[in-house]
Write a new protein. Sequence first.
Length: 231
Amino acid sequence: MGKKILSISLLLVICFALIYSIYSHINERQITESEYMDEELFMKLLQEPPNEQDQEQIENQQVELRYIDEEIYVEEGDHDHIHSHEESEPDVIAAKGKAINFNLTTLDGEKVKLSDYLGKKVLINFWATWCPPCKDEMPHIEEYYEKYAEKHNVVILGINTTDLESNVKTVQKFVQDHEVTFPILLDEEGEVSTKYEILTLPTSFIIDENGNLVEQIIGPVTDEMLVEKFG
């Protein structure tokens, strides 16, 4: 009788272990598939602004804003993996060498070359309309531009990553809504962003009067920071 009870107990333990193993495997498989779908959506969002279908998928999977919170490491110059910066403080990095010259057209149709501004201090700011920290910093840049830029011989050039926008009208509406008055240049092919190896938005560069790179700022700037940097 005792052996029979022991055998039944052992059989129950084996069955329980088998059921637990099967359940764990199924649960792990579901999580893995869910994560894979998130990553697929995540990579798509890095390459283009979310449409309505993407936004619905984001909400269903509860990964909203993941595309701007997650740190991405990619090869230098890989323009397809631009993401936006969500840290509270920007990263300021010393930069060296000559600033790469470029020739772009503004929203108003004016041709602009960086080399035209030799003899002036320049801030070039890479941004996009769909980038939340870019929206946050715009009033700060505009305030500095209106109050101090001319006085301190500073040129501000906002370079929109237009190849990542849905269309130019989106950029025009953003500029009007945020009352931006400093020049907005359209990088329609992404060539300038690639040359400057832009992987994060917003990213800004400070250039001295001789056309030399001084600093790279990864993340949103403030008017206080610009006063500190330029006067």
